[in-house]
Design a protein around this ligand. Sequence first.
Ligand SMILES: Cc1cc2nc3c(=O)[nH]c(=O)nc-3n(C[C@H](O)[C@H](O)[C@H](O)COP(=O)(O)O)c2cc1C
Ligand code: SF4
Length: 553
Amino acid sequence: MTHFSDDDIIARWKEKPAPLLPMLHDFHDRDGYLSEGALRAVAQGLRIPIADLFGTVSFYHHFSREPGGLEAPRVCTGPICKMNGADELLGALDGATAMPCSGRCDEPIPVLRGHDTLIGLSAESLESRPSPLPPAARDSIEECVFAHIRESDRASLGGYRNTGGYEGLVKALAMAPVELVQLVSDSGLAGRGGAGFPTGRKWKAVADAEGDPKTIVCNADEGEPGCFKDRCLMDYDPHAVVEGMILAAYATGATRGFIYLRYEYPETEQVLAQALDEARRAGLLGSGILGSDFSFELYVRRGAGAYICGEETSLLNSLEGKHPFPRNRPPYPVTHGFEDLPTVVNNVETLVSVPPILRHGADWYRALGRGEQAGTKLISLSGDVARPGNYEVPLGFPLMKLIDDWAGGTGEGRTIRAVTMAGLSGGFLAGEDLEVTLDEPSIRSKGSFLGAGGIMVFDDTRDMVEVSHQAMEFFADESCGKCFPCRIGTQRLMERLAGKAGPKELQPWIDEVVDLGKTMMETSACGLGMAAPLITKSLLKYFPERVSDHVTR
Ligand SMILES: Cc1cc2nc3c(=O)[nH]c(=O)nc-3n(C[C@H](O)[C@H](O)[C@H](O)COP(=O)(O)O)c2cc1C
Ligand code: SF4
């Protein structure tokens, strides 16, 4: 990158789709930060008002405006890394700054430096190493998305094809698009990114919508603390992501696609670039795919560090080079998505589930779940368990069986104080409510939700007021500020959990926290502000004595 001039960089991206982020990354990589000169060149090149560009760039965590910023270490201070000593590591590394959970909670503390992720518990032990493969499946339970992921060479095109890869695409090309949509609907597959919207219905809405070109977006932003499943899928099974996206495009009539990858996965970007290159050369991307008259082009766009960009409309604004505020809905992305045209936004895991559904059939997929539940779910399990990692379980699987039998339980002589659900967004479950099964109806009946499937375990040495404070600090930092119930509410709740503000008597403190949470849930404009109060709600439900202690002392 060092040899590119400003004009080279502008010319390289100007006519490409979604040019702002890659252009900014090129300048950032070349200079090690974003200089004022670089921003002026970008503003001029893309005809963006310079004031808007400054505002947008400063919204992202990882675009440094200081010389040397790219090379300065950034230490993950997510909830699990805090338990592992992230604050000490932060103090021990020269010029280090904190970053929110960077999606490697099954390992020691990650540190980003330049384009590398280093892992370790101390400054001396930091090393670069691949992310772990998922632990082996247990109890003869059949997997869907992890079924072949542990096979060697699966990440290459040859390895993927040897284990059934792209067979689904060949099958699909012999079907009408409408039949493919019906198959996905029949399988019962629902979104695995958090909201659980039925995938077949989403695809049908895009297929039926007026407007061209249509777009497929793979949401690989994975910013939820405690979630690291999509990283595993992309690192070890990148062609499954590509095949899932091609299938979504064929079903809906889309001709272009983007993988929106979170900044904190630099190694994954290389893996995806290689897979796209291989797929293109093999005629699986581009025009006339596998000799058919169907064409689809795919691009990777790297985010720059902002949790809210995982919210689909914020993501679309980010791709379009706008300030990444969530959009007001309706209209929804299925009719007014990327560049106001029909767009599918699907999570990585959702898309990766589709090729096996094609190969084995809708009934097979449905039957993988238990009872009324269709299919499987990846769970990212971390914290106080013997074997943290990504586990694929049938939907409807008992939570405690996963924690105790599969993941080896908590430490010797310890018990579980609480677990989080949906990363942090679902708040806590504790006590008898740990007897849930891993599916939305069961978890929602306890006032929480499964979401993207991140579960952090806290044993009986952990202080849940402190964990709640850290969680609310995360939401307050990541609130985009567009609507005031969330912007102000997350701050007020964070201050109360820090013991810095609020009534000094228990009942008025509780009344105020409940009132703040209720207002946020009812009036916030997007899921961040609606979910954040589940932290305080569940803290009050399960740990009233600890709250009393916190307030009165
Ligand atoms: C604050 C917030 C953050 C989100 N982050 C992600 C994310 O990182 N990845 C993701 O797939 N979905 C995320 N979502 C959900 C998306 O908005 C969207 O529902 C999802 O990408 C749709 O794909 P699916 O139907 O396959 O789940 C987030 C939602 C909210 C409100
Ligand atoms: S709820 Fe929070 S994150 Fe969502 S739009 Fe409002 S301020 Fe932004």
